[in-house]
Design a protein around this ligand. Structure first.
Ligand SMILES: Cc1cc2nc3c(=O)[nH]c(=O)nc-3n(C[C@H](O)[C@H](O)[C@H](O)COP(=O)(O)OP(=O)(O)OC[C@H]3O[C@@H](n4cnc5c(N)ncnc54)[C@H](O)[C@@H]3O)c2cc1C
Length: 390
């Protein structure tokens, strides 16, 4: 008899899990809150690492398709100082396949393939250990029972409380994202500045990074140390900007107010760098939250977590990679379990493996964030020199 398996969340982790199970002939219910695949903008480009995200795609039988879609040239990185002087200008070799970039939307569509996702099925909670199995409660009031529920529902997971009382905490670093469209035609100077990949500028306690996506779309990330309420509390504003023009009660949805606040915050930086903010179309405020570095839990039969739901960490290029590999590994363990009684053992073994690897990456990315948004901008360059093979 086949197990009744559900994965909550159709992000990179949940879809990889479902796709690998599907490849092994196992049915799985993919329960996704969004009403449709394209219900919201998919977010910025992702670099998938050879031993992580790419390995997961290989397990899903999708590596060749990824390679055809991905942008190896997108690995290029240019680092400037705040006056606009180029400090590093690294370009990958044409055959470099270590971390090619792919748009999130393209990756999602690649993973979706034949999967029959149940869109618009927001989960509110799961209750393990009932007579019918694990009971999933939906936002529309319905309920459904499964033998295994995998929480791949991201940072604010509704599945996590079934195994752990831990919740994410604020890192002290916040992020405001904006984007530029059709950059090669509309902003050719910025297109040259950004090049094929990314441009990054590091200052004291703040950074600006612009990343090229496909189709001339660019995502810009302004990151800075600030209290969580920096945009609503006037006193906090003053300490952050040293009085340099941030308005009290700033509404992140007010594009012009956000733009002028950010321009004040990055005042004095080179004009071409500030143009990244001047031409940004909309601004999204995204404070960076994390789970504790070594988040584990006492195993609960019938429920597990993967990806950000299990180990939310600073966004330094690992989260989607880990979520995907975990999805693939859990699916393979389930498919390899010899009998119905072995499902729980397969999940336990998966959890041990996930915790050990995620803890290593959480340490790396936590230390990395400290150095990238630090009082000493040379720390960011030193970090780049450490991780980048010359
Ligand atoms: C700016 C930025 C840049 C990043 N760059 C990279 C990078 O280059 N490389 C990298 O590896 N990682 C990167 N990351 C991290 C990466 O985005 C995440 O780690 C990754 O998306 C986690 O995948 P996931 O599947 O665990 O969760 P998510 O991607 O968060 O997906 C969760 C899914 O669950 C759904 N969901 C949520 N709640 C419910 C519910 N109650 N019921 C049903 N469905 C629900 C959501 O709609 C969503 O589809 C970046 C992150 C940020 C913020």
């Amino acid at each position: 008899m086949r197990h009744r398996i559900a994965v909550v969340g159709g992000g990179p982790g949940g879809l990889t899990f479902a796709r690998v199970l599907h490849r092994h002939g196992y049915p799985v219910a993919v329960l996704e809150r969004d009403p449709a695949a394209d219900a919201r903008p998919p977010g910025g480009t992702l670099d998938l690492h050879e031993g992580l995200g790419q390995l997961a795609l290989d397990k899903a039988g999708l590596l060749a398709e990824y390679q055809a879609l991905s942008r190896p040239e997108g690995q290029a990185m240019r680092i400037l100082d705040t006056e606009g002087t180029v400090l590093r200008d690294w370009r990958p070799r044409p055959d470099d396949r270590a971390n090619p970039e792919i748009d999130r939307g393209q990756l999602r569509d690649l993973l979706l393939g034949p999967l029959d996702v149940q869109w618009g099925r927001g989960v509110t909670q799961v209750v393990p250990g009932t007579r019918d199995g694990v009971l999933v409660h939906f936002a529309d009031g319905r309920q459904e029972a499964f033998d295994l529920v995998v929480g791949a529902d991201g940072a604010w997971s509704r599945i996590r409380p079934a195994v752990s009382s831990v919740t994410p905490h604020y890192t002290g670093v916040t992020s405001v994202e904006t984007s530029l469209d059709d950059v090669d035609t509309r902003h050719p100077d910025l297109a040259r500045l950004i090049g094929d990949g990314s441009v990054a500028v590091y200052g004291v306690h703040r950074s600006l990074v612009a990343q090229r996506n496909s189709g001339g779309h660019v995502k810009v990330y302004a990151r800075f140390r600030a209290p969580l309420d920096w945009h609503t509390n006037p006193d906090r504003h003053m300490s952050l900007s040293r009085g340099a023009g941030l308005d009290a009660g700033l509404d992140p949805a007010d594009v012009e107010a956000m733009r002028s606040s950010l321009l004040a915050l990055f005042d004095g930086w080179a004009a071409p760098v500030l143009d990244l903010l001047r031409h940004g179309t909309a601004f999204v405020h995204r404070p960076l939250y994390v789970l504790p570095v070594s988040h584990t839990w006492a195993h609960v039969p019938g429920v597990t977590l993967l990806g950000d739901a299990a180990h939310l960490m600073p966004p330094l290029g690992a989260g989607a990679n880990l979520a995907m590999l975990e999805g693939a590994e859990l699916a393979e363990s389930i498919a390899a379990a010899p009998g119905p009684g072995d499902l729980d053992e397969a999940v336990r073994a998966f959890e041990e493996q996930m915790w050990a690897r995620a803890s290593r990456w959480a340490k790396i990315t936590t230390a990395g964030l400290e150095r990238l948004v630090s009082p000493d901008p040379t720390e960011a360059i030193a970090l780049w020199d450490q991780v980048q093979p010359s």
